[in-house]
Design a protein around this ligand. Structure first.
Ligand code: AMP
Ligand code: MN
Ligand code: MN
Length: 334
């Protein structure tokens, strides 16, 4: 990332008295980790600033992060509306891990802010802020690390545990614990430096990535049981209609990781996981690929976005219809 842009990023933060940090809908580990990491760093280093994080309904496991309870306004739909309603006009909104404004959960607060900047790592990022820093990094959390390292003027600065834990959590989630192709030497070096900051590595990895609640296991089992294979098993699909959430008393965060379980099925190149979004007659699709298919191209075609090996979009209509469209696009690339 160009030094001049990173310097402008910190200048925007220094010029603001009130700051909101926000990420994408259905916040994942990277969204939560990068937001809380940056939140903790700013509050430690600029105690005079008023900083607030705006995150949607995140998985309970992320409460392991120190600072999360202080930083955040909202977890469910009711408090979401209240948060939007009662939010002041911020001097600065920092959008993290979010490629476009439709994906930005608290868009209204972003829109009202006097200044807007973003740090992201999606190749499909639409550069919707005044200052747009789109990193070629594994995760938004890795981007935040680089931004902090720039400000500290050290390649691998010593960070407090609350900052280091949050960034580490973001990195492990977007790299699938350092196994996805987005993991680079730099990612690993940062992870090494974070270990020296005292991160609770196994607690983060097991507690937020591998452990599943009984509910999560049940819904995963149901999806696997009903999964379908196409093209000699190169493509696999799984679906969660709305009624499954009620049946298993599950919520959206409980669906995290299902698409990866589909993807690692022997012989599979691309996996599609669909779940019905509430009351809209739409399905949200998560796509993953192993070696060949560029799923971000497909997602963009249907108004979504993401990365080459992990992307998503929402399509109106039944899962059958939506899956047929996506499978057809995958077929063209196989
Ligand atoms: P998901 O399948 O929701 O875990 O998302 C995989 C990747 O694609 C993540 O980096 C998301 O931020 C991104 N993504 C998912 N859905 C969309 C969308 N509708 N628009 C843009 N990016 C998306
Ligand atoms: Mn994300
Ligand atoms: Mn990310």
């Amino acid at each position: 990332m160009e030094k001049q842009l990173m310097s402008q990023f910190w200048h925007a933060i220094e010029s603001a008295k009130t700051i909101a940090i926000g990420g994408h809908k259905k916040p994942d580990g990277d969204c939560v980790g990068s937001s809380i990491g940056l939140y903790n760093y700013i509050t430690e280093n600029y105690p005079d600033k008023e900083v607030k994080c705006y995150l949607g309904e995140y998985a309970k496991e992320f409460e392991i992060l120190e600072g999360l309870a202080n930083a955040c306004t909202c977890v469910d739909e009711k408090s979401f509306k209240e948060a939007i309603h009662s939010a002041p006009t911020y001097d600065l909104f920092i959008a993290l891990d979010t490629s476009n404004t439709e994906r930005l959960e608290f868009f209204k607060i972003f829109e009202a802010a006097r200044d807007k900047i973003l740090a992201d790592h999606h190749i499909t990022n639409e550069r919707y802020a005044r200052l747009n820093l789109v990193f070629e990094s594994s995760s938004a959390a890795e981007a935040c690390y680089d931004l902090i390292a720039f400000r500290e003027d050290k390649e691998f600065p010593l960070l407090s545990k609350p900052v280091a834990d949050a960034i580490y959590l973001g990195i492990i989630h977007d790299t699938g614990v350092f196994k996805h192709s987005n993991t680079t030497r730099h990612t690993m070096e940062i992870a090494g430096a974070l270990l020296e900051c005292g991160v609770s590595s196994s607690k983060m990895i097991d507690g937020t990535f591998y452990h599943k609640t009984y509910t999560q296991n049940l819904i995963l089992a149901r999806v696997l049981l009903e999964s379908e294979l196409y093209f000699d098993g190169k493509v696999i699909t799984g679906v969660v209609p709305r009624e499954y959430l009620d049946l298993y008393n599950a919520s959206k965060p409980d669906l995290e990781g299902i698409v990866d379980q589909l993807r690692i099925t022997e012989g599979v190149e691309a996996a599609i996981f669909a779940y019905e979004t509430e009351g809209e007659g739409n399905y949200k699709y998560s796509m993953r690929s192993n070696d060949i298919v560029d799923v971000s191209k497909i997602a963009v075609k249907f108004g979504g976005g993401g990365h080459v090996r992990a992307a998503g979009c929402t399509i109106e209509g039944s899962a059958k219809e939506g899956l047929a469209l996506l499978i057809d696009e995958i077929k063209k690339q196989l």
